[in-house]
Design a binder for this molecule. Structure first.
Ligand SMILES: [Zn+2]
Length: 356
């Protein structure tokens, strides 16, 4: 007999049969709930609670014909697109901007209001790299040309719009101005930092760089800043990260590095909005401003991302610690994709109709 206590989720038919307790050939919501209890556990077997509204919403994603039960066919989709990912995620680690300038150089975060020390992320990140088998590892580098828009000493080269809360004359480092242009652009002003090819732009020498990892350069356009490793701040240009994550079939994105409330936060927010199950590694991040760090955490939690410490990562990557938030996030993503496909096929049908 298979008990849900130690169910191993290796065989789809065995799983369906084991949880179809009344043997009627369908999974009721109660039977589906037992699957969720077997799925969402930590690595010691403790069951995570799954919110009942989220349980219902997830069940509805797999109940295609809305008859209130999941057939063996419907379960095939649930198994392939949902359970398999929860049990065997494909995990990418993004190490954000662990560069000299942010640690001890011109934009050392220790000089910012939170007075945190960027050096402190290196040891726990190295430990992660040594102990956890990620499926893909990326290092991002802030990589600015000399005339970059974010440098306060370049302020004189561009026109500040009259609506800017701070004028060009009054502007101080860390202020936000509004630049004129075809589209007005909010820009926070930073000291000159991470200039392409300079010492300040190098990854810190003590950070372990893994073979076969990928470096992603951002902020290379002189006129647009780029906090997220996915997109520049105006969403004009994607980096190669999106296509590389896709080609590796990544399902889960772990984010850590510098600075917590700027580039780490923007990257995590983009990962979530693209639809990745997203995990922020709290003790592997250091930031600029305490209130903004709190905002970053709330943004992640509100979109069903998860915040953990480094010692919890290994169990999650190995599929032994399975979080309900990430399961719910994936279910909502599957729902969104299906609705998109349906609306696309509808518009194709409509086009066909007008063609007739
Ligand atoms: Zn920068």
């Amino acid at each position: 007999m298979c008990s849900s206590e130690d169910f191993n989720f290796e065989d789809m038919d065995a799983c369906f049969t084991a949880f179809d307790k009344d043997c009627d050939g369908y999974l009721s919501i109660e039977e589906f709930e037992s699957i969720c209890q077997a799925l969402f556990r930590n690595d010691t077997g403790r069951v995570y609670g799954f919110d009942c509204n989220q349980l219902r919403a997830t069940f509805d994603v797999f109940d295609f014909d809305k008859d209130g039960k999941i057939s063996r066919d419907e379960f095939g989709y649930c198994w392939n697109c949902w359970i398999k990912t929860i049990v065997r995620p494909v995990s990418a680690l993004l190490i954000i901007d662990v560069q000299n300038d942010f640690i001890s150089g011109s934009l050392s975060i220790s000089q910012c209001s939170a007075q945190q020390n960027g050096l402190e992320v290196i040891e726990p990140i190295n430990h992660l790299l040594e102990t956890v088998s990620f499926d893909a590892i990326f290092y991002s580098l802030d990589w600015h040309p000399s005339d970059h828009v974010s440098f306060i000493d370049n302020l004189k080269n561009r026109k500040v719009h009259p609506s800017s809360p701070v004028s060009a004359e009054e502007a101080q480092t860390y202020d936000t101005v509004i630049f004129d242009g075809p589209h007005l652009m909010h820009q926070r002003l930073w000291p000159r930092h991470c200039v392409q090819g300079s010492w300040g732009a190098e990854l810190h020498k003590d950070l372990k760089v893994i073979e076969n990892s990928v470096k992603v350069y951002k902020g290379t356009n002189p006129d647009v800043d780029s906090y997220s490793v996915f997109w520049d701040n105006k969403k004009l240009t994607q980096t190669t990260l999106v296509s590389q994550l896709k080609s590796k079939n990544a399902t889960d994105v772990y984010v850590c590095g510098l600075a917590y409330d700027v580039c780490v936060g923007a990257t995590a927010a983009d990962a979530l909005s693209i639809g990745y199950r997203t995990i922020l590694i709290d003790d592997c991040c250091r930031g600029v401003d305490l209130a903004d760090i709190e905002k970053t955490k709330n943004t992640v939690l509100n979109q069903f991302g998860v915040i953990v410490n480094a010692d919890q990562v290994k169990g999650m990557v190995e599929g032994r610690d399975r979080r309900p938030e990430l399961g719910y996030k994936l279910a909502m993503e599957l729902k969104r994709k299906r609705e998109e496909e349906e609306s696309n096929s509808c518009s194709v049908e409509e086009e066909n109709c007008t063609d007739d």
